[in-house]
Design a binder for this molecule. Structure first.
Ligand code: GDG
Length: 735
């Protein structure tokens, strides 16, 4: 297998040093997680594993050096740099990525900017990434795209690579609730969802994010799901939860490492007799550092016995310099820290030791391992790997204070879980964490370590890749057989050779798209012209659920035979309407009451009464409300009709009750019993057409279902446009 990973940043950044271009490893959860997996695979016995990592190298390289640089690092490090001029990259990264998506997805709508130009840049850079992937991709590759910077890339790849490509996406940040997501302008929010739907698998850290995403799909695109599975285009897509883990043994085993031990002994010396609280974050307003500091101040005020007995080591890693809010945030922190140190500090002690820089891995592990408490209080956080790293670096006695707003809180309920907006609660938790008995701390630490050591980053990657494979298999099982060029050519030859031809065509969803109201979906002149030609070349039957008046009005002139109400009524060419069913309609009056009552409780639904059936249309309704009401309604109808010769059918945004003996197979029976046809074609788009497909199955016929649902039809065809194009070809061939 070859794995293509695409993320905004490569696992290292390029910079210009004295000796030319230099590579510096990048930090962050995504990079360290995936790198651990790749290291594992390189050192494992698994054969035929290859990978390429596609991303931005951290700064621009001049045109003339790009090719040579790419060749060199691609062969040495398995990476493919995406070259983007610095200015554009700034507009992209500091713009739409970190001034729109980041604040909105972390529930900071007031910090969110909506700037059309930045959206355009986002699209442009996404397409540059997609091109870079396409340059190296082959059909067998597994493509895994990461994070919010690249949400449009999946659909761009799908469009070029087609249905067979295996594409997965993982979002490292929260996916916000629908009410927050919908704040984004409608075209953008739709394009982002559609961008992600280019995937076979879309992964999130928690069920809550997956659920918010699915709800947005339903509310914005009207796409329902079944246990996280949905059908889109001709694919099966799975939306699922994969809580990201860490490289547990890297942290755990580092405790025996010489440099870590040196660091530990240094800390032991310098902080002798002190209880130590640690916190490590990128500089970010989502990480809730001001509240953490306020809570620490509150703690010192309320618990003066801890003065000179406790220190908070605050590590902040510089991040996103260039976004205004980050500079403001830095100023706020600097002030708070100096206020607290000024208020409580003495010549020989200061309560906060502040480091505003990236610290080496060994120092980080030593710090985690030495600290009695890890204080992690994000206001929102996709997962928060620092919490897990702290646990992996502690063998005994550690207390984890963790915000309920971090994805990690779902997996670590044994921690001291706090609300990061409640300063008193955090301050009380600090006291409890420092004073809980060691056996209890050890017990909880053990349970949490067990969990994160099992579901580590390798397991996370393996699970994701396995689920991606499975989702592809499900697509394979959809049983969809799209008609191709050769099939069409054969059909046309059959048509030309045939002496007696018959064609059955459904109307709505087959020849014309659905409209808000059925009465607006009227045939256009080109369609009528096409049907008129076809009816001179064959027996043409329009087999529709529409009533007789509608069909008469619009199709009479085409010379087609008209079947109304799913085959209950027939008007043969030059004839008059006749009833093909013996069905009694006495049930309608009473049932009409039930339909009206449901309609009254479901705004924007409407009832259509036909001679032999009643239908409730809910295509214009609020999808969530409709789902609920329709489920109840169908239940009622099924109970009510259980002793009657009636069937309850759920179609595309419609529920219909009609007599059992009415269905579109009547149309087939009516003509085929009377004549020997040597060319039979039937096209339809929903369940009402299945009876006719079934009836024609063992006959020498061409049957096609529009869309990609499994069907008794022999072929599927993608769209109404393709149906019309194909019928046009048939008409031309027959003339
Ligand atoms: C995003 C989501 C999600 C930090 N400072 C130093 C340092 N780090 C390393 C930590 C940890 C990583 O950076 C930070 O990961 P987080 O998960 O805490 O946060 P984000 O960077 O915001 O990551 C987050 C994550 O993606 C993964 O999906 O959990 O919710 O926001 O690994 O160790 N490493 C070193 N020195 C430092 O000073 N060596």
């Amino acid at each position: 297998m070859r794995l293509l990973i695409a993320s905004n940043r490569l696992p290292f950044s390029v910079s210009r040093g004295e000796g030319g271009i230099e590579l510096k490893p990048s930090s962050g959860g995504l990079v360290s997680g995936i790198s651990s997996y790749l290291d594992f695979m390189r050192n494992s016995t698994v054969k035929d594993f290859e990978y390429l990592w596609i991303g931005w190298p951290g700064s621009y390289i001049e045109n003339e050096l790009q090719n040579e640089f790419s060749r060199k690092i691609s062969s040495q490090h398995g990476v493919v740099p995406v070259f983007i001029p610095d200015k554009e990259m700034d507009d992209f990264y500091l713009g739409f990525c970190n001034s729109t998506i980041w604040p909105l997805f972390h529930y900071f709508p007031t910090l969110t900017r909506f700037d059309r130009e930045q959206w355009e840049t986002y699209k442009k850079i996404n397409s540059a990434f997609a091109e870079a992937v396409l340059k190296v991709a082959s059909y067998d590759d597994v493509i895994w795209i990461h994070d919010y910077h690249l949400m449009l890339v999946p659909a761009m790849l799908r469009e070029k690579l087609g249905e067979k490509a295996k594409i997965g996406f993982f979002l490292h940040i929260p996916f916000p609730s629908f009410e927050v997501y919908r704040i984004m302008p409608s075209v953008w929010r739709e394009e982002i969802l559609k961008g992600l739907l280019g995937c076979d698998l879309i992964g999130f850290h928690t069920n809550e994010y997956a659920h918010s995403f699915l709800r947005s799909l339903l509310r914005i695109l009207g796409l329902p799901h079944n246990l996280g599975r949905l059908e889109y285009g001709n694919r099966h897509i799975k939306v699922d939860t994969f809580p990201m883990g860490i490289d547990f043994s890297k942290f755990d085993s580092a405790l025996g490492n010489r440099k870590v031990m040196e660091s530990l002994s240094f800390l032991g010396d310098k902080l002798k007799g002190m209880r130590v609280i640690v916190s490590v974050d990128r500089l970010d307003y989502t990480k809730g550092v001001p509240n953490r500091l306020k809570a620490f101040r509150n703690f010192l005020k309320k618990n003066t016995e801890y003065i000179k007995k406790v220190v908070l080591i605050l590590v902040i890693v510089p991040s996103r310099i260039g976004v205004d809010q980050y500079q403001e945030m830095k100023n706020t922190l600097d002030k708070l820290i100096s206020d607290i140190n000024g208020e409580f500090g003495t010549i020989d002690w200061q309560p906060i030791i502040y480091q505003y820089r990236h610290i080496p891995f060994e120092e980080l592990v030593a710090l985690y391992s030495h600290a009695d408490v890890a204080l992690i209080t994000p206001l929102r956080d996709g997962m928060n790997l620092v919490a897990k790293e702290y646990l992996a670096s502690k063998r005994a006695g550690g207390a984890l204070i963790l915000s309920e707003m971090a994805g990690a809180a779902k997996e670590l309920p044994e921690a001291f879980i706090i609300n990061p907006n409640d300063i008193d609660e955090i301050s009380d938790a600090i006291k409890r964490a420092l004073e809980t008995d060691k056996p209890e701390l050890d017990r909880n630490l053990f349970i949490m370590r067990e969990r994160i050591s099992y579901y580590n980053v390798l397991q996370w990657v393996k699970d994701f890749l396995k689920a991606l494979e499975k989702s592809r298999e499900e697509t394979g099982k959809l049983g969809v057989k799209l008609i191709n060029k050769d099939d069409k050519a054969r059909m046309i030859r059959d048509f030309q050779k045939a002496e007696k031809r018959i064609i059955f065509l459904d109307y709505d969803g087959t020849l014309a798209p659905f409209e808000k109201r059925p009465s607006s979906a009227v045939p256009d002149p080109q369609l009528l012209q096409l049907l008129s030609v076809l009816s001179t070349l064959s027996q043409l039957c329009i087999v529709s659920g529409r009533d007789s008046a509608f069909l008469d009005k619009y199709f009479h002139s085409t010379g087609a035979h008209l079947f109304a109400e799913h085959g209950a009524l027939l008007k043969e060419k030059n004839g008059s309407w006749q009833v093909l069913t013996q069905s009694d309609t006495g049930w309608k009056k009473q049932m009409m009451e039930m339909f009206k009552s449901c309609c009254a409780r479901l705004p924007s639904s409407f009832v259509e009464e036909k001679s032999f059936s009643i239908a409730l249309h809910h295509r214009n309704c609020d999808p969530e409300m409709a789902e609920l009401r329709i489920r109840e309604f169908v239940d009622d109808l099924v109970n009510y009709t259980s002793n009657l010769n009636l069937q309850v059918l759920q179609g595309n945004k419609v529920v219909e009750v009609r007599s059992y003996d009415i269905n579109k197979a009547n149309a087939g029976r009516h003509f085929l019993e009377k004549g020997d046809y040597d060319f039979i074609l039937s096209i339809g788009d929903d369940w009402t057409d299945e009876d006719l497909f079934q009836f024609l199955r063992d006959k020498n016929s061409w049957t096609l279902r529009v869309g990609l649902k499994p069907s008794a039809a022999k072929f599927n065809i993608l769209s109404i446009e393709q149906v019309r194009e194909m019928l046009g070809e048939i008409a031309n061939a027959g003339i």
